[in-house]
Write a protein that binds this ligand. Structure first.
Ligand code: VG1
Ligand code: CO
Length: 583
Protein backbone atom coordinates (compact mmCIF):
# COMPACT_ATOMS: atom_id res chain seq x y z
CA UNK A 1 0.00 0.00 0.00
CA UNK A 2 1.26 3.47 -0.91
CA UNK A 3 2.08 5.44 2.25
CA UNK A 4 1.98 9.20 2.67
CA UNK A 5 3.16 11.77 5.19
CA UNK A 6 1.58 14.97 6.36
CA UNK A 7 3.33 18.18 5.51
CA UNK A 8 2.49 21.55 7.08
CA UNK A 9 2.81 24.41 4.63
CA UNK A 10 3.20 28.02 5.77
CA UNK A 11 0.80 30.44 4.17
CA UNK A 12 -0.60 33.96 4.54
CA UNK A 13 -4.22 35.12 4.15
CA UNK A 14 -5.78 36.30 0.88
CA UNK A 15 -8.32 39.11 0.85
CA UNK A 16 -11.88 38.48 -0.23
CA UNK A 17 -12.35 34.77 0.46
CA UNK A 18 -15.87 35.44 1.68
CA UNK A 19 -18.44 32.90 0.44
CA UNK A 20 -21.36 34.67 -1.30
CA UNK A 21 -24.92 33.54 -1.96
CA UNK A 22 -23.57 30.12 -2.90
CA UNK A 23 -19.89 29.56 -2.18
CA UNK A 24 -16.68 31.31 -3.18
CA UNK A 25 -16.53 32.31 -6.85
CA UNK A 26 -13.50 33.93 -8.46
CA UNK A 27 -11.70 33.98 -11.76
CA UNK A 28 -9.68 30.82 -12.45
CA UNK A 29 -6.55 32.99 -12.43
CA UNK A 30 -7.29 33.97 -8.83
CA UNK A 31 -7.87 30.37 -7.78
CA UNK A 32 -4.64 29.27 -9.47
CA UNK A 33 -2.45 31.50 -7.29
CA UNK A 34 -0.25 29.35 -5.05
CA UNK A 35 -2.04 28.53 -1.74
CA UNK A 36 -5.32 30.25 -2.76
CA UNK A 37 -7.50 27.14 -2.99
CA UNK A 38 -5.55 25.45 -0.19
CA UNK A 39 -6.22 28.33 2.20
CA UNK A 40 -9.96 28.15 1.60
CA UNK A 41 -10.10 24.37 1.98
CA UNK A 42 -8.07 24.45 5.21
CA UNK A 43 -10.23 27.32 6.52
CA UNK A 44 -13.24 25.07 5.90
CA UNK A 45 -11.68 22.11 7.70
CA UNK A 46 -10.83 24.39 10.61
CA UNK A 47 -14.38 25.76 10.69
CA UNK A 48 -15.80 22.22 10.81
CA UNK A 49 -13.41 21.33 13.64
CA UNK A 50 -10.76 18.62 13.73
CA UNK A 51 -13.09 16.21 15.54
CA UNK A 52 -15.62 16.35 12.75
CA UNK A 53 -13.03 16.07 10.00
CA UNK A 54 -11.05 13.16 11.41
CA UNK A 55 -12.51 9.89 10.17
CA UNK A 56 -15.05 11.65 7.96
CA UNK A 57 -16.31 10.67 4.52
CA UNK A 58 -16.37 13.59 2.08
CA UNK A 59 -17.75 13.91 -1.43
CA UNK A 60 -15.52 15.97 -3.75
CA UNK A 61 -16.81 16.68 -7.28
CA UNK A 62 -18.49 19.32 -9.38
CA UNK A 63 -19.74 20.50 -12.74
CA UNK A 64 -16.47 19.62 -14.48
CA UNK A 65 -15.50 23.18 -15.31
CA UNK A 66 -11.90 24.12 -16.11
CA UNK A 67 -9.52 23.66 -13.13
CA UNK A 68 -11.82 21.11 -11.42
CA UNK A 69 -9.50 18.17 -12.04
CA UNK A 70 -6.52 19.96 -10.48
CA UNK A 71 -8.64 21.15 -7.57
CA UNK A 72 -9.94 17.64 -6.89
CA UNK A 73 -6.39 16.25 -6.58
CA UNK A 74 -5.44 19.06 -4.19
CA UNK A 75 -8.53 18.53 -2.04
CA UNK A 76 -7.92 14.75 -1.94
CA UNK A 77 -4.39 15.35 -0.64
CA UNK A 78 -5.54 17.93 1.90
CA UNK A 79 -8.37 15.67 3.07
CA UNK A 80 -5.90 12.83 3.62
CA UNK A 81 -3.60 15.11 5.59
CA UNK A 82 -6.44 16.39 7.76
CA UNK A 83 -7.43 12.88 8.78
CA UNK A 84 -10.44 12.36 6.51
CA UNK A 85 -11.06 8.63 6.12
CA UNK A 86 -12.75 8.46 2.69
CA UNK A 87 -13.13 10.77 -0.28
CA UNK A 88 -15.88 9.94 -2.73
CA UNK A 89 -15.47 11.27 -6.27
CA UNK A 90 -17.96 11.05 -9.14
CA UNK A 91 -16.33 9.53 -12.22
CA UNK A 92 -14.23 12.18 -14.01
CA UNK A 93 -14.96 14.49 -11.09
CA UNK A 94 -18.51 15.02 -12.34
CA UNK A 95 -21.50 15.35 -10.05
CA UNK A 96 -24.28 17.86 -10.49
CA UNK A 97 -25.01 19.96 -7.41
CA UNK A 98 -28.32 18.12 -6.80
CA UNK A 99 -26.57 14.78 -7.33
CA UNK A 100 -24.03 15.71 -4.64
CA UNK A 101 -26.88 16.42 -2.27
CA UNK A 102 -28.43 13.09 -3.21
CA UNK A 103 -25.13 11.21 -2.76
CA UNK A 104 -24.60 12.73 0.69
CA UNK A 105 -28.09 11.69 1.75
CA UNK A 106 -28.52 8.37 -0.03
CA UNK A 107 -25.27 6.70 -1.05
CA UNK A 108 -23.90 3.85 1.03
CA UNK A 109 -20.22 3.03 0.52
CA UNK A 110 -18.83 -0.47 -0.08
CA UNK A 111 -18.13 -0.73 3.67
CA UNK A 112 -21.50 0.66 4.75
CA UNK A 113 -20.20 4.20 5.21
CA UNK A 114 -22.26 7.37 4.68
CA UNK A 115 -20.98 10.80 3.67
CA UNK A 116 -20.60 13.65 6.16
CA UNK A 117 -20.31 16.53 3.74
CA UNK A 118 -18.98 17.71 0.43
CA UNK A 119 -16.81 20.17 -1.41
CA UNK A 120 -18.72 21.12 -4.56
CA UNK A 121 -16.54 22.56 -7.31
CA UNK A 122 -18.68 24.87 -9.36
CA UNK A 123 -19.41 28.48 -10.13
CA UNK A 124 -22.85 27.32 -11.21
CA UNK A 125 -24.28 29.53 -13.97
CA UNK A 126 -21.09 31.60 -14.35
CA UNK A 127 -19.01 30.88 -17.48
CA UNK A 128 -15.97 28.56 -17.28
CA UNK A 129 -12.55 28.29 -18.89
CA UNK A 130 -9.04 29.63 -18.24
CA UNK A 131 -10.26 33.25 -18.27
CA UNK A 132 -13.59 32.65 -16.57
CA UNK A 133 -14.87 31.53 -13.18
CA UNK A 134 -14.15 28.72 -10.78
CA UNK A 135 -15.95 28.16 -7.50
CA UNK A 136 -16.10 26.04 -4.40
CA UNK A 137 -18.67 25.55 -1.70
CA UNK A 138 -19.18 23.25 1.23
CA UNK A 139 -22.34 21.23 1.88
CA UNK A 140 -23.25 19.71 5.22
CA UNK A 141 -24.37 16.31 6.39
CA UNK A 142 -28.02 17.03 5.48
CA UNK A 143 -26.90 17.53 1.86
CA UNK A 144 -27.51 21.29 1.92
CA UNK A 145 -25.20 24.29 1.63
CA UNK A 146 -23.39 25.30 4.81
CA UNK A 147 -25.47 27.82 6.79
CA UNK A 148 -24.23 31.36 7.41
CA UNK A 149 -22.90 30.41 10.84
CA UNK A 150 -20.43 28.07 9.11
CA UNK A 151 -19.61 30.23 6.09
CA UNK A 152 -18.92 33.18 8.40
CA UNK A 153 -16.52 31.02 10.37
CA UNK A 154 -14.80 29.86 7.17
CA UNK A 155 -14.34 33.47 6.12
CA UNK A 156 -13.00 34.47 9.51
CA UNK A 157 -10.48 31.62 9.32
CA UNK A 158 -9.30 32.76 5.90
CA UNK A 159 -8.35 36.13 7.36
CA UNK A 160 -5.93 34.66 9.88
CA UNK A 161 -4.73 31.40 8.32
CA UNK A 162 -1.05 30.56 8.85
CA UNK A 163 -0.65 27.00 7.59
CA UNK A 164 -2.40 24.18 5.81
CA UNK A 165 -1.93 20.43 5.79
CA UNK A 166 -1.30 18.40 2.66
CA UNK A 167 -0.30 14.79 2.06
CA UNK A 168 3.16 14.18 0.71
CA UNK A 169 3.84 11.02 -1.24
CA UNK A 170 0.18 10.51 -2.15
CA UNK A 171 0.00 10.07 -5.94
CA UNK A 172 -2.71 11.68 -8.08
CA UNK A 173 -5.70 9.36 -8.16
CA UNK A 174 -7.06 8.32 -11.55
CA UNK A 175 -10.61 9.65 -11.35
CA UNK A 176 -11.55 8.48 -14.84
CA UNK A 177 -12.18 4.90 -13.73
CA UNK A 178 -14.53 3.70 -11.00
CA UNK A 179 -13.12 1.79 -8.06
CA UNK A 180 -11.56 2.17 -4.63
CA UNK A 181 -7.89 3.09 -4.05
CA UNK A 182 -6.43 2.71 -0.55
CA UNK A 183 -3.46 4.49 0.98
CA UNK A 184 -1.75 4.46 4.35
CA UNK A 185 -1.17 7.61 6.39
CA UNK A 186 -0.01 8.51 9.89
CA UNK A 187 -3.56 8.09 11.21
CA UNK A 188 -4.32 4.85 9.37
CA UNK A 189 -6.02 4.03 6.14
CA UNK A 190 -7.28 6.60 3.64
CA UNK A 191 -9.28 5.72 0.57
CA UNK A 192 -10.60 7.33 -2.57
CA UNK A 193 -13.78 5.83 -4.03
CA UNK A 194 -14.55 6.81 -7.61
CA UNK A 195 -18.14 5.93 -8.51
CA UNK A 196 -20.66 6.36 -11.32
CA UNK A 197 -22.02 9.93 -11.26
CA UNK A 198 -25.61 9.11 -12.13
CA UNK A 199 -26.59 5.83 -10.45
CA UNK A 200 -27.72 7.19 -7.06
CA UNK A 201 -29.48 10.17 -8.58
CA UNK A 202 -31.36 8.12 -11.18
CA UNK A 203 -32.51 5.75 -8.46
CA UNK A 204 -33.81 8.65 -6.36
CA UNK A 205 -35.71 10.15 -9.31
CA UNK A 206 -37.32 6.78 -10.03
CA UNK A 207 -38.54 6.61 -6.44
CA UNK A 208 -40.16 10.07 -6.68
CA UNK A 209 -41.85 10.09 -10.09
CA UNK A 210 -44.02 7.66 -12.00
CA UNK A 211 -41.63 6.92 -14.86
CA UNK A 212 -44.19 4.78 -16.66
CA UNK A 213 -46.68 7.59 -17.06
CA UNK A 214 -43.91 9.89 -18.32
CA UNK A 215 -42.80 7.20 -20.79
CA UNK A 216 -46.34 7.08 -22.10
CA UNK A 217 -46.38 10.85 -22.60
CA UNK A 218 -43.04 10.80 -24.40
CA UNK A 219 -44.21 7.96 -26.61
CA UNK A 220 -47.30 9.91 -27.69
CA UNK A 221 -46.62 10.96 -31.30
CA UNK A 222 -48.18 14.38 -30.63
CA UNK A 223 -45.63 15.06 -27.91
CA UNK A 224 -42.11 16.26 -28.56
CA UNK A 225 -39.32 17.23 -26.24
CA UNK A 226 -36.04 19.12 -26.19
CA UNK A 227 -33.48 19.48 -23.41
CA UNK A 228 -30.48 21.83 -23.48
CA UNK A 229 -27.73 21.23 -20.89
CA UNK A 230 -25.71 24.20 -22.21
CA UNK A 231 -22.67 21.89 -22.05
CA UNK A 232 -22.99 21.68 -18.28
CA UNK A 233 -22.98 18.57 -16.13
CA UNK A 234 -26.75 18.04 -16.64
CA UNK A 235 -25.86 16.34 -19.92
CA UNK A 236 -24.54 13.32 -18.04
CA UNK A 237 -27.92 12.85 -16.32
CA UNK A 238 -30.13 13.87 -19.24
CA UNK A 239 -28.91 11.04 -21.40
CA UNK A 240 -29.45 8.46 -18.67
CA UNK A 241 -32.87 9.71 -17.60
CA UNK A 242 -34.58 11.20 -20.64
CA UNK A 243 -33.18 8.88 -23.29
CA UNK A 244 -32.32 5.58 -21.58
CA UNK A 245 -35.06 5.53 -18.93
CA UNK A 246 -37.87 7.52 -20.50
CA UNK A 247 -37.40 6.74 -24.18
CA UNK A 248 -36.85 10.24 -25.58
CA UNK A 249 -34.98 10.48 -28.89
CA UNK A 250 -31.27 11.13 -28.63
CA UNK A 251 -31.88 14.05 -30.99
CA UNK A 252 -33.97 15.76 -28.32
CA UNK A 253 -30.79 16.48 -26.35
CA UNK A 254 -28.93 19.70 -27.11
CA UNK A 255 -25.42 20.50 -25.84
CA UNK A 256 -25.48 17.50 -23.55
CA UNK A 257 -21.76 16.74 -23.67
CA UNK A 258 -20.23 18.37 -20.55
CA UNK A 259 -17.34 20.68 -21.46
CA UNK A 260 -14.76 22.43 -19.31
CA UNK A 261 -15.64 25.81 -20.83
CA UNK A 262 -19.33 25.08 -21.56
CA UNK A 263 -18.50 25.45 -25.24
CA UNK A 264 -17.56 29.08 -24.64
CA UNK A 265 -21.13 29.93 -23.63
CA UNK A 266 -22.76 31.29 -20.53
CA UNK A 267 -24.36 28.24 -18.88
CA UNK A 268 -27.33 30.14 -17.51
CA UNK A 269 -30.74 28.84 -18.58
CA UNK A 270 -32.69 31.95 -19.45
CA UNK A 271 -34.10 33.54 -22.59
CA UNK A 272 -30.86 35.42 -23.25
CA UNK A 273 -28.26 32.69 -22.84
CA UNK A 274 -30.08 29.50 -23.84
CA UNK A 275 -30.23 30.79 -27.42
CA UNK A 276 -30.36 27.52 -29.30
CA UNK A 277 -33.23 26.15 -27.25
CA UNK A 278 -35.09 29.45 -27.39
CA UNK A 279 -34.87 29.38 -31.21
CA UNK A 280 -36.03 25.76 -31.36
CA UNK A 281 -39.01 26.51 -29.13
CA UNK A 282 -40.14 29.24 -31.49
CA UNK A 283 -39.25 32.09 -29.15
CA UNK A 284 -36.34 33.46 -31.15
CA UNK A 285 -36.27 36.52 -33.32
CA UNK A 286 -36.49 34.56 -36.54
CA UNK A 287 -38.98 31.86 -37.39
CA UNK A 288 -37.20 28.78 -38.71
CA UNK A 289 -40.42 27.48 -40.21
CA UNK A 290 -40.01 24.20 -38.29
CA UNK A 291 -42.80 23.36 -35.84
CA UNK A 292 -41.34 23.74 -32.29
CA UNK A 293 -41.49 20.88 -29.77
CA UNK A 294 -44.28 20.76 -27.17
CA UNK A 295 -41.89 20.99 -24.26
CA UNK A 296 -38.40 22.39 -23.80
CA UNK A 297 -36.10 22.84 -20.84
CA UNK A 298 -32.56 23.89 -20.02
CA UNK A 299 -30.12 23.65 -17.10
CA UNK A 300 -27.20 25.69 -15.81
CA UNK A 301 -23.58 24.53 -15.45
CA UNK A 302 -24.11 22.53 -12.27
CA UNK A 303 -27.67 21.45 -13.18
CA UNK A 304 -29.45 22.91 -10.19
CA UNK A 305 -31.34 25.47 -12.29
CA UNK A 306 -34.05 24.89 -14.85
CA UNK A 307 -35.90 26.86 -17.48
CA UNK A 308 -39.21 25.43 -18.63
CA UNK A 309 -40.68 26.34 -22.01
CA UNK A 310 -43.75 25.33 -23.92
CA UNK A 311 -44.22 25.71 -27.64
CA UNK A 312 -43.60 29.45 -28.24
CA UNK A 313 -44.21 29.96 -24.53
CA UNK A 314 -42.02 30.90 -21.55
CA UNK A 315 -42.92 29.81 -18.02
CA UNK A 316 -41.57 32.23 -15.42
CA UNK A 317 -39.77 30.39 -12.62
CA UNK A 318 -42.07 32.06 -10.09
CA UNK A 319 -45.10 30.63 -11.90
CA UNK A 320 -43.35 27.29 -12.31
CA UNK A 321 -42.97 26.63 -8.58
CA UNK A 322 -46.55 27.75 -7.95
CA UNK A 323 -47.87 25.42 -10.66
CA UNK A 324 -45.79 22.50 -9.41
CA UNK A 325 -47.09 23.09 -5.87
CA UNK A 326 -50.69 23.31 -7.10
CA UNK A 327 -50.43 20.03 -9.05
CA UNK A 328 -47.91 18.02 -7.02
CA UNK A 329 -50.26 15.87 -4.98
CA UNK A 330 -52.17 14.42 -7.92
CA UNK A 331 -49.29 14.23 -10.41
CA UNK A 332 -46.24 13.12 -8.41
CA UNK A 333 -46.32 9.96 -6.29
CA UNK A 334 -43.73 11.34 -3.81
CA UNK A 335 -46.27 14.01 -2.75
CA UNK A 336 -49.40 11.86 -2.78
CA UNK A 337 -49.68 12.16 1.01
CA UNK A 338 -49.90 15.97 0.77
CA UNK A 339 -47.46 18.88 1.01
CA UNK A 340 -45.95 19.81 4.37
CA UNK A 341 -45.62 23.43 3.34
CA UNK A 342 -44.13 25.60 0.61
CA UNK A 343 -41.51 28.34 0.53
CA UNK A 344 -40.02 30.91 -1.82
CA UNK A 345 -37.19 33.40 -1.71
CA UNK A 346 -38.18 36.99 -1.02
CA UNK A 347 -37.75 38.39 -4.56
CA UNK A 348 -39.71 35.48 -6.11
CA UNK A 349 -43.24 36.51 -7.12
CA UNK A 350 -46.15 35.87 -4.81
CA UNK A 351 -47.75 33.33 -7.18
CA UNK A 352 -46.80 30.61 -4.70
CA UNK A 353 -48.38 32.58 -1.81
CA UNK A 354 -51.74 32.51 -3.57
CA UNK A 355 -51.54 28.73 -4.04
CA UNK A 356 -50.52 28.25 -0.40
CA UNK A 357 -53.44 30.34 0.71
CA UNK A 358 -55.87 28.51 -1.53
CA UNK A 359 -54.70 25.06 -0.47
CA UNK A 360 -54.25 26.05 3.15
CA UNK A 361 -50.54 25.19 3.19
CA UNK A 362 -47.82 26.46 5.52
CA UNK A 363 -45.90 29.17 3.71
CA UNK A 364 -42.45 30.74 4.23
CA UNK A 365 -40.58 33.65 2.65
CA UNK A 366 -36.80 33.34 3.02
CA UNK A 367 -33.79 35.36 1.78
CA UNK A 368 -32.18 34.62 -1.57
CA UNK A 369 -30.07 31.44 -1.64
CA UNK A 370 -30.98 27.79 -1.22
CA UNK A 371 -29.28 27.48 2.15
CA UNK A 372 -32.29 29.13 3.79
CA UNK A 373 -34.71 26.36 2.75
CA UNK A 374 -32.70 23.58 4.42
CA UNK A 375 -33.77 24.15 8.02
CA UNK A 376 -37.45 24.26 7.04
CA UNK A 377 -37.12 20.97 5.18
CA UNK A 378 -35.14 19.27 7.94
CA UNK A 379 -37.88 20.31 10.36
CA UNK A 380 -40.59 18.83 8.10
CA UNK A 381 -42.15 22.22 7.40
CA UNK A 382 -41.63 22.50 3.65
CA UNK A 383 -42.05 20.14 0.69
CA UNK A 384 -41.75 22.36 -2.39
CA UNK A 385 -39.80 25.58 -2.80
CA UNK A 386 -38.38 27.85 -5.44
CA UNK A 387 -36.62 31.00 -6.48
CA UNK A 388 -37.28 33.39 -9.34
CA UNK A 389 -33.74 32.72 -10.56
CA UNK A 390 -34.71 29.45 -12.26
CA UNK A 391 -34.36 27.37 -9.10
CA UNK A 392 -37.03 24.87 -8.12
CA UNK A 393 -36.88 21.90 -5.81
CA UNK A 394 -38.27 19.86 -2.97
CA UNK A 395 -37.32 18.11 0.24
CA UNK A 396 -36.07 15.02 -1.62
CA UNK A 397 -32.63 16.69 -1.33
CA UNK A 398 -31.30 20.00 0.03
CA UNK A 399 -30.38 21.74 -3.22
CA UNK A 400 -32.47 23.05 -6.05
CA UNK A 401 -32.74 20.45 -8.75
CA UNK A 402 -32.89 21.19 -12.47
CA UNK A 403 -33.74 17.70 -13.71
CA UNK A 404 -36.26 17.15 -10.91
CA UNK A 405 -38.09 20.28 -12.06
CA UNK A 406 -38.26 18.95 -15.62
CA UNK A 407 -39.56 15.60 -14.37
CA UNK A 408 -42.12 17.46 -12.25
CA UNK A 409 -43.40 19.28 -15.34
CA UNK A 410 -43.40 16.10 -17.41
CA UNK A 411 -45.41 14.46 -14.62
CA UNK A 412 -47.97 17.27 -14.64
CA UNK A 413 -48.21 17.05 -18.44
CA UNK A 414 -48.53 13.27 -18.22
CA UNK A 415 -51.31 13.57 -15.65
CA UNK A 416 -53.25 16.21 -17.59
CA UNK A 417 -52.96 14.04 -20.71
CA UNK A 418 -53.51 10.68 -19.08
CA UNK A 419 -56.71 10.09 -21.02
CA UNK A 420 -55.30 11.40 -24.27
CA UNK A 421 -55.53 8.97 -27.12
CA UNK A 422 -52.79 9.19 -29.66
CA UNK A 423 -53.91 11.70 -32.18
CA UNK A 424 -55.96 13.99 -29.89
CA UNK A 425 -54.65 17.48 -29.19
CA UNK A 426 -52.52 17.53 -26.06
CA UNK A 427 -53.05 19.75 -23.06
CA UNK A 428 -50.00 21.97 -23.54
CA UNK A 429 -47.64 23.79 -21.19
CA UNK A 430 -49.32 27.04 -22.20
CA UNK A 431 -52.79 25.59 -21.45
CA UNK A 432 -51.64 24.59 -17.98
CA UNK A 433 -50.19 28.03 -17.23
CA UNK A 434 -53.22 29.92 -18.56
CA UNK A 435 -55.55 27.68 -16.58
CA UNK A 436 -53.46 28.40 -13.48
CA UNK A 437 -53.71 32.17 -14.06
CA UNK A 438 -57.47 31.89 -14.54
CA UNK A 439 -57.78 30.15 -11.17
CA UNK A 440 -55.25 32.06 -9.08
CA UNK A 441 -54.64 35.31 -10.95
CA UNK A 442 -51.44 36.27 -12.74
CA UNK A 443 -48.27 37.79 -11.36
CA UNK A 444 -46.66 39.84 -14.10
CA UNK A 445 -43.00 39.59 -13.30
CA UNK A 446 -39.61 40.53 -14.66
CA UNK A 447 -36.04 40.92 -13.44
CA UNK A 448 -33.50 43.42 -14.71
CA UNK A 449 -29.82 42.65 -14.11
CA UNK A 450 -27.15 45.32 -14.35
CA UNK A 451 -24.05 43.17 -14.48
CA UNK A 452 -20.53 44.22 -13.66
CA UNK A 453 -21.32 47.82 -12.72
CA UNK A 454 -18.95 49.95 -10.71
CA UNK A 455 -19.10 48.67 -7.11
CA UNK A 456 -19.17 52.07 -5.44
CA UNK A 457 -21.95 53.34 -7.73
CA UNK A 458 -23.98 50.24 -6.86
CA UNK A 459 -23.43 50.80 -3.17
CA UNK A 460 -24.52 54.42 -3.44
CA UNK A 461 -27.65 53.44 -5.35
CA UNK A 462 -28.62 51.00 -2.61
CA UNK A 463 -27.85 53.52 0.14
CA UNK A 464 -30.03 56.09 -1.60
CA UNK A 465 -32.94 53.62 -1.73
CA UNK A 466 -32.58 52.80 1.96
CA UNK A 467 -32.51 56.48 2.78
CA UNK A 468 -35.59 57.16 0.65
CA UNK A 469 -37.52 54.54 2.62
CA UNK A 470 -37.68 56.82 5.64
CA UNK A 471 -39.91 59.24 3.73
CA UNK A 472 -42.82 57.58 1.96
CA UNK A 473 -44.44 60.97 1.20
CA UNK A 474 -41.40 61.86 -0.83
CA UNK A 475 -41.48 58.43 -2.52
CA UNK A 476 -45.15 58.82 -3.44
CA UNK A 477 -44.52 62.30 -4.77
CA UNK A 478 -41.96 60.76 -7.15
CA UNK A 479 -44.29 57.88 -8.03
CA UNK A 480 -47.33 60.02 -8.79
CA UNK A 481 -45.21 62.42 -10.81
CA UNK A 482 -44.19 59.66 -13.19
CA UNK A 483 -47.23 57.86 -14.51
CA UNK A 484 -50.77 57.19 -13.73
CA UNK A 485 -51.79 53.61 -13.24
CA UNK A 486 -49.30 52.90 -10.44
CA UNK A 487 -50.71 52.81 -6.95
CA UNK A 488 -49.09 54.32 -3.86
CA UNK A 489 -46.18 52.85 -1.96
CA UNK A 490 -47.60 51.79 1.39
CA UNK A 491 -44.56 50.17 2.91
CA UNK A 492 -40.83 49.95 2.33
CA UNK A 493 -38.12 48.13 4.20
CA UNK A 494 -34.90 46.13 4.07
CA UNK A 495 -35.79 42.46 4.23
CA UNK A 496 -34.67 40.71 7.39
CA UNK A 497 -35.26 37.03 8.12
CA UNK A 498 -35.55 35.19 11.36
CA UNK A 499 -35.17 31.46 10.80
CA UNK A 500 -38.21 29.86 12.46
CA UNK A 501 -36.22 26.73 13.27
CA UNK A 502 -32.96 27.96 14.80
CA UNK A 503 -33.84 31.60 15.43
CA UNK A 504 -30.83 32.93 13.48
CA UNK A 505 -31.26 36.36 11.93
CA UNK A 506 -30.12 37.44 8.45
CA UNK A 507 -30.15 41.18 7.79
CA UNK A 508 -29.86 43.38 4.68
CA UNK A 509 -31.43 40.83 2.35
CA UNK A 510 -32.79 43.28 -0.21
CA UNK A 511 -34.71 46.53 -0.36
CA UNK A 512 -38.45 46.34 -0.88
CA UNK A 513 -41.02 48.87 -1.99
CA UNK A 514 -44.55 47.55 -1.53
CA UNK A 515 -47.50 49.15 -3.33
CA UNK A 516 -51.15 49.39 -2.28
CA UNK A 517 -52.30 46.99 -5.03
CA UNK A 518 -49.78 44.31 -4.04
CA UNK A 519 -47.18 45.30 -6.65
CA UNK A 520 -43.57 45.14 -5.49
CA UNK A 521 -40.19 46.51 -6.44
CA UNK A 522 -37.16 44.77 -4.97
CA UNK A 523 -33.51 45.80 -5.28
CA UNK A 524 -30.58 43.55 -4.34
CA UNK A 525 -26.88 43.27 -4.94
CA UNK A 526 -25.87 39.88 -6.31
CA UNK A 527 -23.73 37.64 -4.14
CA UNK A 528 -22.54 35.29 -6.87
CA UNK A 529 -20.50 37.51 -9.21
CA UNK A 530 -16.73 37.41 -9.36
CA UNK A 531 -16.03 40.99 -10.47
CA UNK A 532 -17.56 44.45 -9.85
CA UNK A 533 -21.16 44.49 -8.69
CA UNK A 534 -24.41 43.27 -10.16
CA UNK A 535 -27.64 45.06 -9.29
CA UNK A 536 -30.82 43.03 -9.54
CA UNK A 537 -34.15 44.80 -9.88
CA UNK A 538 -37.27 42.67 -9.47
CA UNK A 539 -40.61 44.01 -10.70
CA UNK A 540 -43.94 42.41 -9.93
CA UNK A 541 -47.61 43.21 -10.39
CA UNK A 542 -50.57 41.04 -9.43
CA UNK A 543 -53.66 40.86 -11.61
CA UNK A 544 -56.64 39.02 -10.19
CA UNK A 545 -59.13 40.07 -12.85
CA UNK A 546 -59.28 37.15 -15.29
CA UNK A 547 -60.14 39.48 -18.18
CA UNK A 548 -56.75 41.19 -17.75
CA UNK A 549 -54.44 38.22 -17.42
CA UNK A 550 -53.62 37.97 -21.12
CA UNK A 551 -51.73 41.24 -21.50
CA UNK A 552 -48.24 41.55 -22.96
CA UNK A 553 -45.77 41.39 -20.10
CA UNK A 554 -43.93 44.44 -21.32
CA UNK A 555 -47.07 46.58 -21.51
CA UNK A 556 -48.35 45.43 -18.15
CA UNK A 557 -45.12 46.27 -16.35
CA UNK A 558 -44.01 49.40 -18.24
CA UNK A 559 -45.31 51.90 -15.65
CA UNK A 560 -43.71 50.04 -12.73
CA UNK A 561 -40.42 49.73 -14.61
CA UNK A 562 -40.39 53.46 -15.14
CA UNK A 563 -41.07 54.07 -11.46
CA UNK A 564 -38.27 51.69 -10.47
CA UNK A 565 -35.69 53.34 -12.72
CA UNK A 566 -36.59 56.83 -11.54
CA UNK A 567 -36.84 55.96 -7.84
CA UNK A 568 -33.45 54.28 -7.89
CA UNK A 569 -31.84 56.83 -10.23
CA UNK A 570 -30.39 53.81 -12.01
CA UNK A 571 -28.75 55.68 -14.86
CA UNK A 572 -27.37 58.40 -12.60
CA UNK A 573 -25.65 55.94 -10.26
CA UNK A 574 -24.54 53.30 -12.75
CA UNK A 575 -24.20 55.11 -16.06
CA UNK A 576 -26.32 52.37 -17.60
CA UNK A 577 -29.35 53.22 -19.69
CA UNK A 578 -30.36 49.55 -20.07
CA UNK A 579 -29.90 46.30 -18.15
CA UNK A 580 -27.46 43.60 -19.31
CA UNK A 581 -30.01 40.81 -19.00
CA UNK A 582 -33.78 40.80 -18.65
CA UNK A 583 -35.42 37.63 -17.38
C1 VG1 B 1 -28.25 34.09 -7.61
C2 VG1 B 1 -29.76 33.99 -7.54
C3 VG1 B 1 -30.18 33.18 -6.34
C4 VG1 B 1 -29.50 31.80 -6.40
C5 VG1 B 1 -28.00 31.96 -6.52
C6 VG1 B 1 -27.27 30.66 -6.69
O1 VG1 B 1 -27.77 34.75 -6.46
O2 VG1 B 1 -30.34 35.28 -7.50
O3 VG1 B 1 -31.58 33.06 -6.31
O4 VG1 B 1 -29.80 31.06 -5.25
O5 VG1 B 1 -27.69 32.78 -7.64
O6 VG1 B 1 -27.71 29.99 -7.83
P1 VG1 B 1 -27.36 36.30 -6.47
O7 VG1 B 1 -26.83 36.59 -5.09
O8 VG1 B 1 -26.35 36.46 -7.56
O9 VG1 B 1 -28.61 37.06 -6.79
V1 VG1 B 1 -26.62 28.98 -8.63
O10 VG1 B 1 -27.42 28.18 -9.79
O11 VG1 B 1 -25.40 30.04 -8.91
O12 VG1 B 1 -26.11 27.87 -7.40
CO1 CO C 1 -26.39 26.44 -10.42
Amino acid sequence: MVMFNVSRVDTTPFDGQKPGTSGLRKKVKVFKQPHYLENFVQATFNALGADNVRGATLVVSGDGRYYSKDAIQIIIKMSAANGVRRVWVGQNGLLSTPAVSCVIRERVGHDGSKANGSFILTASHNPGGPNEDFGIKYNMENGGPAPESVTNKIYENTTSIKEYLIAEGLPDVDISVTGVSSFGGPEGQFEVDVFDSATDYVKLMKSIFDFQSIQKLIANPKFSFCYDALHGVAGAYAKRIFVEELGAQESSLLNCVPKEDFGGGHPDPNLTYAKELVERMGLGKTDSGIEPPEFGAAADGDADRNMVLGKRFFVTPSDSVAIIAANAVESIPYFSGGLKGVARSMPTSAALDVVANHLNLKFFEVPTGWKFFGNLMDAGMCSVCGEESFGTGSDHIREKDGIWAVLAWLSILAYKNKDNHNGDKLVSVEDIVRQHWATYGRHYYTRYDYENVDASGAKDLMANLVNLQTNLDEVNKIVSGIRSGVSNVVNADEFEYKDPVDGSISKHQGIRYLFADGSRLVFRLSGTGSEGATIRLYIEQYEKDSSKIGRELHDALAPLVEVALKLSKMEEFTGRSAPTVIT
